[in-house]
Design a protein around this ligand. Structure first.
Ligand SMILES: NC(=O)N[C@@H](CC(=O)O)C(=O)O
Ligand SMILES: [Zn+2]
Ligand SMILES: [Zn+2]
Length: 427
């Protein structure tokens, strides 16, 4: 089906509104201009809303195979479409892990069968994410692996990471790292700081993350590998990434909406919707993340959408799994708390959700231009709504943001020119 998206505006390089119609034909953007003539296309009436490139989230958990009670490719990508995302990259901490070309082929087939948006699957760095034996990198790449990561656990030895980076660099693939040194976790469930002291919950110190990043940056320098830091959370981590970039090392980093929005002071008490890995850290850490994003040390925003059932999350602060969902709340939360307050411009926020992740990983998506795939998100910046976890398309309802009032909601999402989410209204 072909569309003309009418009466919406895009943002130009200077954060200025430019009203354009967009002609979408055979999955690509065919024409952009004013008052486009309708030649039998369906009209999508954008009613003065913002038209942005489809969002890209390079860190989500879809749980399939093996965790279908938490999420499936179908439900997770529906949540993505609702949140304005047209491309997501799914983590390999599933059962089984995509650690062989056969498993990757199976996963690709499932994605093609049931994904509502584009899904880029990560392959694991080590067999079973056990940290003992490297996977077949070139075989996995051949079957469609997007990059390599053992997200959920850190790579414990420098030797394993060194070998992984050498192999990845040789085939021009990235190593994407969950940075956590097991000898520094101390059974922690939250950040080691004010909250852990007050409530007597075991804490994870900042060095648990930052020592891995420092180590890996030196390994990236030695191998030339593209090294990407997942969910960066501490001020020391930001500093070492900043220094590495200055030194010309090929490192990129992502930050989650929750680490930008919350710190340990915001945890209201024993509530597992505030338990995630890495944990919410101190206010100074949070400020350093915002500064790092603004000065380019941190490249883009990724949600780390990590669905769990309420039963699992009901096991108490020490035993509940780490993680919160994020796909359906990222844009309204960031728009309301950073753009409306003048901390980020709208252009910056959109870029960190689109062109910036695309650039970091050499994807062709992330921009609106003639000839590009018609991955498009329409956003009503005036719409005000309370976040209600019960309305999520995701199976995961685990969020600390339920009840928050937000402005700026994605209302339609086109993937390759197909309308995959439509909040209703004129069309
Ligand atoms: N972030 C989390 O708290 N949890 C993730 C794992 C991960 O991203 O490390 C999960 O798989 O649940
Ligand atoms: Zn992780
Ligand atoms: Zn993750």
């Amino acid at each position: 089906m072909n569309y003309i998206i009418k009466n919406g505006y895009i943002l130009d390089e200077n954060n200025k509104e430019v009203f354009v119609d967009i002609r979408v034909q055979d999955g690509v953007i065919k024409e952009m201009g004013t008052n486009l003539e309708v030649n039998g296309e369906n009209i999508y009436e954008a009613n003065g809303c913002l038209i942005a490139p489809g969002f890209i989230d390079l860190h989500i958990h879809l749980r399939e195979p093996g965790g279908e009670h938490k999420e499936t490719i179908e439900t997770g990508t529906m949540a993505a479409a609702k949140g304005g995302y047209t491309t997501v990259a799914c983590m390999p901490n599933t059962k089984p892990v995509p650690d062989t070309p056969e498993q990757m082929e199976w996963l690709m087939n499932r994605i093609n069968e049931s994904g509502h948006v584009k899904v880029l699957p990560y392959a694991s760095i080590t067999i079973g994410q056990l940290g003992e034996e490297l996977t077949n990198f070139s075989g996995l790449k051949e079957k469609g692996a997007f990059a390599f990561t053992d997200d959920g656990v850190g790579i414990q030895t420098a030797g394993m990471m060194f070998e992984a980076m050498k192999r990845a660099a040789a085939i021009n693939m990235a190593v994407v790292a969950h940075c956590e040194d097991n000898s520094l976790i101390y059974g922690g469930a939250v950040h080691e700081g004010e909250f852990s002291k007050k409530y007597g919950v075991p804490g994870i110190p900042s060095v648990c993350e930052s020592v891995h990043i420092a180590r890996d940056i030196l390994l990236a320098e030695a191998t030339g590998c593209h090294y990407h830091v997942c969910h960066i959370s501490t001020k020391e981590s930001v500093r070492v990434v900043r220094d590495a970039k200055k030194a010309g090392i090929n490192v990129t980093a992502e930050v989650t909406p929750h680490h930008l929005l919350l710190c340990e002071d915001d945890i209201p008490g024993i509530d597992t919707n505030y338990k995630m890995n890495p944990p919410l850290r101190s206010k100074e850490d949070r400020d350093a993340l915002i500064e790092g994003l603004l000065d380019g040390t941190i490249d883009f925003i990724a949600t780390d959408h990590a669905p769990h059932t309420s039963e699992e999350k009901g096991k108490g602060m020490e035993h509940a799994p780490f993680g919160i969902v994020g796909l359906e709340t990222a844009f309204p939360l960031l728009y309301t708390h950073f753009v409306e307050k003048g901390i980020f411009t709208l252009k910056q926020l959109i870029d960190w959700l689109t062109i910036a992740p695309a650039k970091a990983f050499q994807l062709t998506s992330g921009k609106l231009e003639v000839g590009a795939a018609a991955d498009i998100t329409v956003i009503n910046l005036e719409q005000k709504e309370e976040i209600n976890h019960l309305e999520f398309k995701s199976k995961g309802k685990n969020t600390p943001f339920s009840g928050w009032n937000c402005k700026g909601w994605p209302i339609a999402t086109f993937v390759d020119g197909k309308l995959k989410w439509n909040a209703g209204g004129a069309q």
